[in-house]
Structures are given as structure tokens and as C-alpha cells.
Design a protein around this ligand. Sequence first.
Ligand SMILES: [Ca+2]
Length: 482
Amino acid sequence: MMTFSRAITLLLTVMLTTAAVKSEEPNSAPNILLILVDDLRTELGCYGIEEVHTLNIDQFAETALLFERAYCQMAVCRSSRLSFLSGLRPDERRIWANEDVRPSMQDIEFLPAHFRNHDYHTLGFGKIAHGGEEDPRCWSEPHQVPENRLYEYRTRAGRALVKKVKHEAAEAGRPDPFRDLPEKIHRGMPWEILNFPGRDTGDEQLADMALAALERVKEKQFFLAAGFLRPHLPFVAPRQYWELYDEDNLPPPGLVSAPEGSPQLISNRSRELLRQYRGLPTSLPLDPETERKLVHGYYACVSFIDAQIGLLLKGLEENGLADNTIVIVTSDHGFQLGDHGMWGKATNFELSTRVPLLIRVPGSKASGKRTASLVELVGLYPTLCEIAGLTKPKHLQGDSFASLFDDPGALLTGAAFSQYSREGLQVTAFERKISATRNGGTASRASSAIEHCLTTGRTHGRRKTSQRRKTTPSMLSDYPVC
Ligand SMILES: [Ca+2]
């Protein structure tokens, strides 16, 4: 049996061979490519969800270790990202909401900064932290964002609406809703189908920027982070990705209401969707046609990002970097598409807190395998340190799960913790995902623990198989698999 250290030795050997092509001066540690996707559920083909088309990520999963039970620490962008980038749990600096004043974190060495301080050339593109809070200490070059950002409506109607919203805000003396992004301000439509040719959406620009950077820094030892915005609302994607799905046959939510007797505290009240976007009622339920359109738009955006990830991975291959680069694909949290009667994240439900996580360590015997071990995103920092052979900063609060690359069948921990604080109530609720046995448990036992949570109303129910729809080959004929 190959040990993890042997796998790393093999990786370094492969790397030296590749480095001989790259440069006269071989690198001493693997490169890192960190791909973050905003608000991505585990509804991917490689997670067993056949009706969502993610052929590039699925293909990548065949060469990576897939984490079936990875959880964020708080299901909102800023709290989750600052947690796994700092290696601290949200309570440590009270980062409980997107709107909180950011505490000083000058004493914290963030994940990219740690690699930078170990002679990596670090580059960040797009949404790595949240809302312009990228820490300049992280990057060897200035962090870059695409020209076109989150609210990038392109149709005539979409742009007219943006103009109208801006005008209304100015007339009322309110801040520009597309610049300052306060809560409780309606923006544009929650979806848009783009008919424009060319790669000018923010996420396409982001992929192209990262690809160009790969070509430019391939002689260096690099840590490159690319943070895509979709499938975050609004669900704006080119038409070809919308056409991958038949709106009339999209599966409905598995559970459409909150658990009986549950307190209002557990609900996000779908505020992100209802308060920030136009053309929707002020309260639920949505009409079935709107629900289908939203689910359709979300899936279209997932496939759209999958295509961009495929391009990045292809670029890695073409630059001779695949054999000496550790690749991570994950998200800050999940998203509820009407599940439990809620839209958005900001809850402790399974679909908000569980994230896709795939890590490819070249030369690892775990490639193409899956692990049912509970892991926390806050453990990503120490894990990457261990895999890359870096020391771990003392402040880290998460546990490394690097040993799973030696033994994907192990169950490392008995619990993963997620929390959410409700505005005004000053209450933080915790969700503990549990394994049936702390040591030596099996995947089936772990699954049983999830089922137990379901009966107590704490997790999301799976959709009925009969409600799922298979893809027809013609729908995928133009799908850009890289
Ligand atoms: Ca997010």
C-alpha cells in the first residue's frame, strides 16, 4: 500500500520530470490551482445527480478524490470564505454576516499568503474573499477581477431595468444599488438568457484571465485561485446552457416545507431572492412557472461554470502543468432551490451547508475515489499545507484531512460543525453532522447518520428517482467538454 508520503514523493518525482521541461530550476513543491464556485450545490453528475450536466467536473472527478460529506462552517459567502481562507471558525472573529464590519485580521496569515510566504507566486482572480475584501498580502501580483461582474444583465430589457433601478435610487437619495449593494434593495431580474456571442461575461473573462496567467507563470511555482460568480443569483448564462435543459421536466424540490413544528429561526425567509430581485412576489409561494424558471436558470449557470472549469483544466494540461499541480474544486456553501420552502442559502440545512469538494493530487492512489468521511472547509488550509509539504500556522482551528489520500475509506472525525446567526435575534444555531462511529466506521453507517438527521428534520430529502429526467444525447451535442 502506498503511503501518503510516498504519494507525495511520487508527485515530486513527476514534478521534477515535468519541471525539466518547464525550467532548468526544478520546483520544490507542487503548484496549487484553487477553483472556487459561488453557491454551488452538490448537484453535479459526479455526485450522482444525472439531470445536471457537469461533464467537465465529472471527468475531473475521475482523477480526483471526491468528498461526499464536506461542509462549510457558515452558509453565507463572506463568513464561509473568511473561515476557510483564514483557517478560523466564524466565531473566532465574529464574522457572522456579509454586512458585519470586518474585524481586524492583520494578525492572520491567510491561506494564499501562507503559500506566498513559502516562495509561491500567488495570483488571485475574481471572488476569492467577499465583496472587495481581498487581502493584498495574499497576492504576489495585484488581485484582478473581470470587467463584467455580478449584475451583468445584457439584454435590452435587462439593461433598461438596471438603468431604471439606478435612477429610482438616485431620485430617492439612496446609494447606487449596483455599487454599494445594501440589503433590502431590489435589483434586476433573477435570471437572464444571454444571446450574445463572444466570451464577455465576467466568468468567461475570469477563465480567460486565469488561462493567460497559467501560460505566463508556468515557469514559476504558483498558487492560483480563480473564483467564479455563477451560479450565484442572478442566474445569467448564455443561451446554449439554458438549452441543455427541458424546463417542463425539471425535478421539483424533494421537500417543499420546513419540518413540522420547527421554529421560524431556521428559515432564511428567502430574503435574498425576494428582496433583491424584481419581478417576484414579496412572499412565497412562487408560482410553479417561476419556480421552474429559477431552477432552470440555476442549472444553466452550473453547466456554464462547468464549461469554464473545463477550459481551465485543459489549459493546465496544455501547459504541461497537470502532473505537478494540485487542483481543488469547491464552493463557499450550497443553495436551496425551494427545498424546505426556502430559496437561497443562509440556513443550516443540508443543501446550504454541504459543499462539493474535489481535490486532485497527482500521483495519489486516491485519484478517482470517493470518501464518506466528514470534512470541514476550515480544514482545507491545514490539508493543503500538509499535501504541499508546508508548515502549518499555529492559529489554524480546522483539522487536516490529508490522510484521506492514503485511506479514503477512513472516517476521520465524528462531527462537522456549521452555524448560522439570525440578524436581530443574536442567536447562533449550530448543526452537527455526525458519523455513527468515530473510529473505524463505514460509509454505510455514516449514511445512516444522515438518514437519522432527516427524520428529525435537519437535512434535505433526496428527490424521488422517478422525478429525475435523463438527458437525451441531442441536448448535449453542443456541450463544450474540454
Ligand atoms: Ca456564496
